[in-house]
Structures are given as structure tokens and as C-alpha cells.
Design a protein around this ligand. Structure first.
Ligand SMILES: *Cc1c(COP(=O)(O)O)cnc(C)c1O
Length: 387
């Protein structure tokens, strides 16, 4: 079956719920057993039968199965946010003495976790140029156990050659873990590209409505068990309401993404022709330096990209953003609404020098009419002042 069909039918079992299309929200801690034999049976595996609220509810399982249906992998591990999905996957797979390679364009809080918490655990991190591809082998150390990718990179959108990196990693017996939030489960074939553990901040497009925090980790069964067990050992669980909302969001992910992609490209092309925009950084535009890689590995784009304004004057950037009427100023993305956020990638890099043509602003193109968004950006760019 095709992905849109799996999105609609995965993780559904109406017969269990009196015919209701969606599973009701199961609020529960205690699960009662009919007798000792039933308790014993349920106690054999924490994750196969419902035993206690912490280990999951029908809402957890429905979401885990729906995600596995579209992404592959054996179920999914849920975490209370995208960052938690990343930190639990990493801590499940690493131990003191290990070394990891992390893309220099990685999401800022992921870098912070590596620099502080992993370091305190005795795990060393080396950052690598996200455009390095097979050249990553030069950074290899005897203790390198894992490569962490994020493609396209946060704010700067470098597309990584994941198959080339995976070939090197697997030859050295290391794992490839990737933050695929931008791609969503529909945008790439994560396991086909050689990724072993695929992570999403479901807070973004999967939820899609800016009303929940959730993260997902997908992997084949042995890795799934390791990560799922680790999350349970730490006592972490996700609320049934958030699972319900994420599953509801997942059902419409494909149609929303279609619109985000089309509108995003339309707005990006307008900005590419504007004199106050020095550069548009969008992997699906031919002007993107790794556009060919993107075309090879990605099935679709989303509505998130960046622009470099033709100015390095922060006051002009502030005037631009403050003049926007339809674009909200705030963190996150992937909801139905448009957002604009300034970023300073040069400040946090360590492996590479980020050379910008001007101040960078990240845009999320929501589900508004793109003509209205273009008009809003046009008046915002006029309000910047200067040349
Ligand atoms: C937002 C984001 C995260 C973190 O997700 P939260 O749900 O906010 O914890 C991780 N990776 C990327 C690429 C993100 O954009």
C-alpha cells in the first residue's frame, strides 16, 4: 500500500472501540487483571500487553503502530518532546568511553546536550562538516560508535550525503542516528538510506497544530527494544492526550505537507527575486548547493527554509520582523501558521565557519494563502529601510 493509505489505516482497530473511528483517550495508571494467570502473562514483556500506565496505553500503541506503518521500523518509541527523543536515543545507545560524530548544523539544544550531558557521562563529541559525506572517515576514532545526522541542518539547511556516511559508519560497526524532523516520515525513506534510528520532533509537522510536545524514535526491533527499555527504565511516559493529538495530526500530514511545500516554494521564489534578499536557502530550489543530493534522497519538501537578508544591520532585521503581520515571531514550526525567526548560525559552529551574505531569518510557511504571505513579506522588506 502507498503511504497515504497507510497514513489513513495504520494503527487503527475500530472493532476494539465499539466501531469508533478513533481510539478514545485512555486515562489510566492501574490495569486490572482477571486473575493471577493473566497478571503473569502480562508481566512477561513490559511492552506487549497493557500492564501499567507508564508502559503505554491503547493510545500509545495506536500511534506507535501508525508511525511504523508509514516510516518502517518496529513500532516507535515515544518521548515527551523531540529533544527527549534525541537524548533518550543517544543515552540508550552510548556508554562512558564512547565517541560520537555530530553534524555541525545540528539543532542547537542537541549540541548543548552533547556538550554538557554526554560529556558528563564520559562520551566525547566531535562535530563534522555537514557537507563532508564519505570524508567523515577522516574524523573516525577507535571509540567512534555513532554518527548523528540532521539533514537538512537546523536554520542553515545543508543536505547531508546520508548513504555515503552510513556506508562508512556501518563498515566501522557504528550506528547512524538521524533527526528527520524536516523530512517527516513521508519525506525520505530513512531506513533505505542507511539510517538505523530515525527521530522526529512530532511537535512540528506530525502534530501540525502547535498544540503539543512529542518526540518519536523508530528503529528495527533489537534497537527499538533497547531504546524502549531505556525510556521505561528512566520512568518516562507520554500522556494519552498527546498521543491522541499526534495521531490525529498524523492522519492529515500528507495533505498539509503538500500545501506547505507548494506555498513554501512559491514564497521562496518570490524572495529569490527580491533585491533586499541576498540568498534564499531552500533545498528544493536549484540554487541550493546540495540540491542534487536533496533530489536524489528526498521525496518532498516542507514549508521551512531560510533567507539571508541583504543587510548585516540588526536594526533593519528587527524592522522587517516587527512589520510582519501574518508571520508570528516564535520558536518551533510545522504548525498551520506562518512564523519568522532570526538566527545566528555562525555563533554556534565549531567544525566549520558559517559565511553568511547577511542576517539570517528562518521562515515557516503555514497554510495561509501564499499571495497574502507574499504581500506581507513585501511590505516587511519595504519597512526594513536602507538600500
Ligand atoms: C524542534 C526540534 C527539535 C526538538 O523538538 P521539541 O519537541 O521541541 O523538543 C529537535 N530537532 C529539530 C530539528 C527541531 O526542529
Amino acid at each position: 500500500m502507498k503511504k497515504d493509505t497507510l497514513l489513513t489505516h495504520g494503527g487503527r482497530d475500530p472493532e476494539r472501540f465499539d466501531g469508533m473511528v478513533n481510539p478514545p483517550v485512555y486515562r489510566g495508571s492501574t490495569v486490572l487483571f482477571e486473575n493471577m494467570a493473566a497478571l503473569e502473562r502480562a508481566s512477561q514483556d513490559r511492552f506487549e500487553a497493557f500492564r501499567y500506565g507508564r508502559y503505554g496505553t491503547p493510545n500509545t500503541v495506536a500511534l506507535e503502530e501508525a508511525l511504523a506503518a508509514v516510516e518502517g521500523g518496529y513500532r516507535a518509541v515515544l518521548a515527551p518532546g523531540g529533544l527527549a527523543a534525541i537524548t533518550f536515543a543517544l543515552t540508550a545507545l552510548l556508554e562512558a568511553g564512547d565517541h560520537i560524530l555530530v553534524a555541525d548544523a545540528v539543532y542547537g539544544p542537541t549540541r548543548r546536550f552533547c556538550d554538557h550531558q554526554l560529556k558528563a557521562m564520559g562520551v566525547r563529541t566531535t562535530y563534522y562538516d555537514p557537507t563532508i559525506g564519505a570524508g567523515i572517515e577522516a574524523s573516525w576514532q577507535p571509540e567512534t560508535r555513532l554518527v548523528f545526522c540532521e539533514s537538512p541542518g537546523s536554520n542553515t539547511f545543508e543536505v547531508q550525503d546520508i548513504p555515503a556516511i552510513a556506508e562508512v559508519a556501518h563498515r566501522h560497526g557504528a550506528l547512524v542516528v538521524a533527526d528527520n524532523t524536516w523530512a517527516t516520515p513521508l519525506g525520505i525513506d530513512a531506513f533505505g538510506l542507511g539510517i538505523d534510528v530515525s527521530i522526529h520532533a512530532a511537535t512540528k509537522y506530525i502534530g501540525g497544530h502547535s498544540d503539543l510536545m512529542l518526540g518519536t524514535v523508530s528503529a528495527a526491533e533489537p534497537l527499538w527494544r533497547r531504546i524502549r527499555g531505556h525510556v521505561a527504565d528512566w520512568g518516562v511516559c507520554v500522556s494519552p492526550d498527546d498521543c491522541y493529538l499526534a495521531l490525529r495530526g498524523l492522519r492529515t500530514l500528507s495533505v498539509r505537507l503538500d500545501r506547505h511545500e507548494v506555498s513554501g516554494l512559491r514564497v521562496a521564489r518570490f524572495l529569490e527575486g527580491h533585491p533586499r534578499v541576498a540568498r534564499v536557502i531552500h533545498p528544493a530550489l536549484p540554487s541550493h548547493p546540495q540540491h542534487a543530493l536533496w533530489k536524489r534522497d528526498f521525496k518532498r519538501a516542507c514549508g521551512l527554509f531560510a533567507i539571508e537578508l541583504a543587510t548585516s544591520d540588526q536594526a533593519a532585521v528587527d524592522r522587517f520582523i516587527d512589520a510582519l503581520g501574518l508571520f508570528g515571531l516564535g520558536y518551533s514550526w510545522g504548525g498551520y501558521e506562518s512564523l519568522a525567526l532570526p538566527a545566528d548560525p555562525a555563533r554556534i559552529r565549531t567544525a566549520t565557519r558559517y559565511r553568511a551574505a547577511g542576517k539570517l531569518v528562518r521562515l515557516h510557511i503555514g497554510l495561509e494563502d501564499p499571495d497574502d504571505l507574499i504581500a506581507d513579506l513585501a511590505q516587511g522588506l519595504d519597512a526594513m529601510g536602507g538600500g
